[in-house]
Design a protein around this ligand. Structure first.
Ligand code: AHR
Length: 497
């Protein structure tokens, strides 16, 4: 089998949007407590955050972090997470039926982001709360006037405004499970009011309306149209969420689930542009794909299985080689749409369906899905190039015929760095990849890495943290044609100069 990948420096999608390499920290399970934050851990820094985890987060190359939820935000009282620690209440979080001690709150999180050099993006509670509390939160975080809320923040020891630019207006408001779930018309009204008020405070803020929780939601499409139409002038992005797992043991469709994400993006973009047309506007709104990942929801017994404790082990999925290929293919999809994806956040950062796993008081390690994220974040530079594949296809039950090879390339004309990312989505067949490099002038191979395994179910664990790792693979250039064999269920990174 052979696949010809067509790639040319003239066919540019747009600049690599670094905000595609975002992640998500929710007060859920052990993402915060015993994940990124564990004051009694031997690796804890003076702020109580784990240094070993921070190192992994840096290696992962996260550029943006969404906080504090997720479903959690829809019953969050931000005031309970600020001020003197001894005065912060212990609350019951109804979303994950867990005890929230409020030891980590907005300031601790934002200070951690600043130390880490990561841009924060905050979500406001539009579930149990509304406009007034959102306005207060915004003033507390970003305000710099001689008025009550900025002064309150200063009295808590945080003199400078945090200048958070990007704000999510609610979370998954279309989902019946969400506290304060709304109809599209109800949410449209709320988001119009909140977005208007936020821009009265600061018209430079980048505002994200809560979009659909999944492409399969009954209101998908209609929700985006109604919400964006109502608040068009004050919105910059609308969110999208997608989680994938094999349904009915259909691993073939699962391997190709990037087809769904691709259609999801196209559908939302079409809706956003339709609304822009109705507004006689050239403004192009973008998608904030602020929750995406592989999530074995079928292994989760639901919120009611959680026993109202602090930091329970919750959806700590262990990821395989196949899962890593899928995550790599989803990142390829996001990058292919660099021009319309404003932000993307893999859900979540630590322990909870995460690339990083930790033991309480113990080790931290990289899951298989860590690797494609880290390598793409490190090497996707310059502009995204539109790639086309001519080669075998896969027949899938859920998405029809899908290309075996799923690809994207980035090109930095100044440094002459070309990176080609390829996922071979066939579970059994390899394919020989051929790329004509003549349009790029003289090219040599810098590095060729493959993430694959004879056992596509292989995983990393605390005892075997490096069982699955990218390894050097063979890649030849003869007469300006690159040749590379992509193994079954593999994710690959070819770097040329
Ligand atoms: O990331 C886990 C949960 O998935 C989030 O809290 C929610 O927004 C989504 O349904």
């Amino acid at each position: 089998r052979t696949t010809t990948v067509h790639v040319h420096p003239a066919y540019q999608v747009g600049e690599v949007n670094r905000r595609i390499f975002g992640s998500f920290v929710e007060h859920m399970g052990r993402c915060v407590y015993t994940g990124i934050f564990e004051p009694n851990h031997p690796e804890a820094d003076s702020h109580g955050f784990r240094r070993d985890v921070a190192e992994l987060v840096k290696e992962l190359g996260v550029t943006v972090l969404r906080y504090p939820g997720g479903n959690f935000v829809s019953n969050y009282r931000w005031e309970d997470g600020v001020g003197p620690l001894e005065e912060r209440p212990r609350n019951l979080d109804f979303a994950w039926r867990s005890i929230e001690p409020n030891t980590v709150g907005t300031n601790e999180f934002l200070a951690w982001c600043r130390r880490m050099g990561i841009e924060p993006m905050l979500a406001v509670n539009l579930g149990t709360r509304g406009l007034s509390e959102a306005m207060e939160f915004l003033q507390y975080v970003n305000g710099d006037t001689d008025t009550r809320l900025p002064q309150l923040r200063k009295s808590h020891g945080w003199e400078d405004p945090w200048s958070v630019e990007t704000w999510c207006l609610g979370n998954e408001m279309d989902g019946p499970w969400q506290m304060g779930h709304k109809t599209p018309e109800e949410y449209a009204r709320t988001v119009t009011e909140v977005a208007n008020a936020f821009h009265r405070f600061d018209d430079k803020l980048s505002l994200i309306a809560s979009g659909s929780s999944a492409r399969a939601m009954p209101t998908f499409g209609r929700w985006e149209r109604i919400v964006v139409d109502a608040a068009f002038d004050n919105l910059d992005m609308v969110s999208a969420h997608a989680y994938y797992e094999p349904i009915d043991d259909d691993a073939v469709s699962f391997a190709c689930c990037a087809e769904d994400m691709e259609r999801y993006i196209r559908d939302v973009v079409a809706t956003l542009d339709h609304v822009a047309a109705m507004h006689h506007s050239d403004r192009r709104l973008k998608i904030s794909f602020d929750e995406w990942n592989v999530w074995y929801q079928s292994r989760f017994d639901g919120e009611n299985s959680i026993g109202m404790v602090h930091a329970p082990h919750l959806i700590e999925d262990t990821y395989s080689v196949l899962d890593a290929m899928v995550v790599g293919s989803l990142l390829i999809t996001l990058l292919r749409h660099t021009d319309r994806i404003g932000v993307a956040c893999q859900a979540q950062l630590a322990n909870v369906i995460a690339p990083i796993r930790t033991e309480e008081g113990g080790r931290a390690w990289r899951q298989t899905i860590f690797h494609p994220f880290a390598l793409m974040s490190r090497h996707a530079r310059g502009v995204v190039l539109d790639t086309r594949c001519e080669g075998p296809t896969i027949s899938t039950q859920r998405w029809g015929e899908a290309d075996q090879l799923w690809t994207v390339a980035t090109w930095d004309a100044e440094s002459h760095d070309l990176a080609v990312f390829l996922a071979n989505r066939d579970l059994h067949e390899s394919t020989r990849v051929r790329i004509d490099l003549r349009p790029f002038g003289d090219c040599t191979v810098v590095e060729c890495l493959a993430l694959d395994d004879e056992d596509i179910a292989a995983v990393n664990t605390a005892d075997q943290p490096n069982r699955v790792e990218p390894h050097n693979a063979r890649c030849d250039i003869t007469s300006a044609t690159l040749t590379f064999d992509a193994n079954p269920a593999s994710w690959n990174c070819l770097r040329l100069k």
